[in-house]
Design a protein around this ligand. Structure first.
Ligand code: ATP
Length: 500
């Protein structure tokens, strides 16, 4: 294994530990040893995630005069999932190892083998392997996929044997029952995507909002998938959150809009602070049952380039099927063309949790700092320390400003609390008086607070404070009355919008 891969794994482990230790993400029901692929957001995590969601919401709805938002229920009529194709087609090819009883996604096993080949310098073999896998997956040729696994001698990580079952499709939807009496109860599903809540409300919104094509409907909400392979922390969860937008267009214009949304969405991730060289497009080779074009935006996580957002040209697949199954027309009257039609749809779908993870991975910084100090006999001593900080864009940082009195007496806490009062209605701020100022800086660095404000004795007379900037650790003396505008300017979403 190359050192860079093990270093990256190491970094990822550090990020996971950091997320837990500093209140970003906890394993669900941890006191019972957790629940696989389910996580809870802690006190700073929820702030960061809410900021990311709010930024998406504002970008998609309030910055576009032809996109509005909704909030549909998680439970939907079961026919919804028949129409969408999820009852019959939302499955992954799975295989079980007979010795360990472990179940795997076949594409994950083959991809892992391809990674091994790449690491061994056999890039050509890896590419050919993935090419064949994609071909067989696209045609659902499971016999040939199994032969491919045999030829590559792929074994189970646990039992180390190749004693596999046949490959089978496994539906990813969770089901439950509604109704008080068992006999009357009917099976319903936890939605595996938020998109269908938008489709079934297409005409409601079009009419109530008097929307004219092209227009979009956006939604943020929970989605549930019984993911078999639970790995990579919050990258693949069984309960997660999606931020989806369906853009309804005239048939025939969908590719134009698809290309536009591709670029706009890539730009959003860059504006959030993800660097260009860590983002790329990945065109789908195997198109989903509903799409005539599809691309992923991938981010380079410490475990490789992986999808954070999907952009799909979904044709009229969903609305047409809902029209057929519900018997209700899902048409739009285009006054310019004097024509009725079922609109085509371009979808942008990003996982709030994956965006969160990309942001955390990108923000985590370790910096070596050398400090010179004098020993008792007057000789100088150099000490190297590691400074860990989260370089989050100030717009999404959980806490914007931390205010410290230099000491806990002589009116300094009161002065610091006046500053809190000045800022707290517009920004998330904290007051902190425990430990040394240096330790308080460290604590704020670890959660990514962009500004620390220290009130000292001089502040009582000159009404100035020391502002310390997270990324540079630079300190500046500024007037208390200028604090609000300094922070407002740095944390305003406008700074991000200007780049989109
Ligand atoms: P994958 O191939 O990784 O399973 P997908 O192609 O099935 O993802 P989509 O159905 O396109 O994903 O969903 C849109 C977005 O929802 C994804 O880009 C991702 O950010 C998010 N998402 C999907 N599944 C999960 C999951 N299990 N956990 C967290 N986020 C998810």
């Amino acid at each position: 294994m190359s050192s860079s891969v093990s270093e990256d794994r190491n970094v990822f482990q550090k990020i996971i530990s950091h997320a837990k230790e500093y209140g970003f993400v906890f394993p669900s029901s941890e006191i019972y040893d957790g629940l696989a692929a389910v996580y809870d957001y802690g006190e700073y995590g929820v702030e960061l995630k809410n900021n990311i969601k709010q930024l998406w919401w504002k970008t998609m709805t309030q910055l576009n005069d032809n996109i509005v938002g909704i909030d549909a229920a998680i439970f939907m009529h079961p026919l919804t999932w028949k129409a969408s194709g999820h009852v019959d087609g939302f499955s992954d090819p799975m295989i079980d190892n007979k010795d360990s009883q472990k179940r795997y996604r076949v594409d994950h096993l083959i991809e892992a083998r391809a990674d091994e080949l790449t690491l061994a310098g056999k890039n050509g073999d890896a590419e050919r392997l993935l090419e064949r896998m994609n071909k067989y997956l696209a045609k659902e040729e499971f016999g040939k996929l199994k032969d491919l696994m045999d030829a590559e001698k792929i074994v189970c990580q646990v039992s180390k044997t190749a004693n596999w079952t046949d490959i089978r499709q496994f539906n990813l939807m969770f089901s439950t029952e509604v109704g008080a009496v068992a006999e009357d109860a009917s099976k319903i599903y936890l939605r595996p995507e938020t998109a269908q809540g938008i489709f079934v409300n297409f005409l409601n919104v079009q009419k109530s909002g008097r929307m004219k094509i092209p227009f979009g409907i956006a939604q943020i909400g929970k989605a549930f998938r019984n993911e078999i392979v639970a790995r990579q922390f919050i990258f693949r969860m069984r309960e997660f959150e999606q931020m989806e937008m369906q853009f309804f267009v005239r048939p025939g214009t969908e590719m134009e809009w698809y290309n536009k949304w591709k670029q706009t969405r890539l730009q959003w991730h860059k504006a959030l602070g993800l660097p260009s060289d860590k983002l790329k497009f990945h065109d789908h080779e195997k198109l989903a049952h509903y799409a005539n074009a599809a691309v992923d935006i991938e981010y380079e996580f410490p475990f490789g380039f992986k999808e954070i957002e999907g952009i799909h040209s979904r044709t009229d697949f969903d609305l047409k099927n809902h029209q057929q199954l519900s018997g209700k027309k899902q048409q739009y009257f285009d006054a310019e063309l004097n024509q009725n039609y079922i609109p085509y749809v371009v979808e942008t779908s990003v996982g709030a949790d994956r965006a969160f993870l990309a942001v955390m991975c990108n923000a985590y910084q370790e910096e070596t700092v050398t400090q010179t100090s004098k020993t008792e006999d007057g000789t100088e001593k150099n000490e190297t320390k590691t400074r860990i900080f989260l370089q989050l864009h100030p717009c999404i940082a959980p806490i914007k400003v931390a205010v410290f009195p230099l000491v806990k007496k002589d009116g300094l806490p009161e002065k610091a609390k006046e500053i809190i009062e000045l800022l707290k209605y517009d920004f998330n701020v904290v007051y902190e008086e425990r430990d040394s100022v240096g330790k308080r800086y460290t604590r704020q660095d670890l959660i990514g607070t962009p500004f620390c404000v220290t009130v000292d004795y001089e502040s009582l007379t000159d009404n100035m404070v020391t502002v310390r900037f997270r990324d540079t650790t630079e300190q500046k003396r500024i007037a208390i009355k200028e604090l609000h505008s300094l922070v407002a300017n740095e944390v305003s979403f406008k700074r991000i919008f200007e780049k989109i």
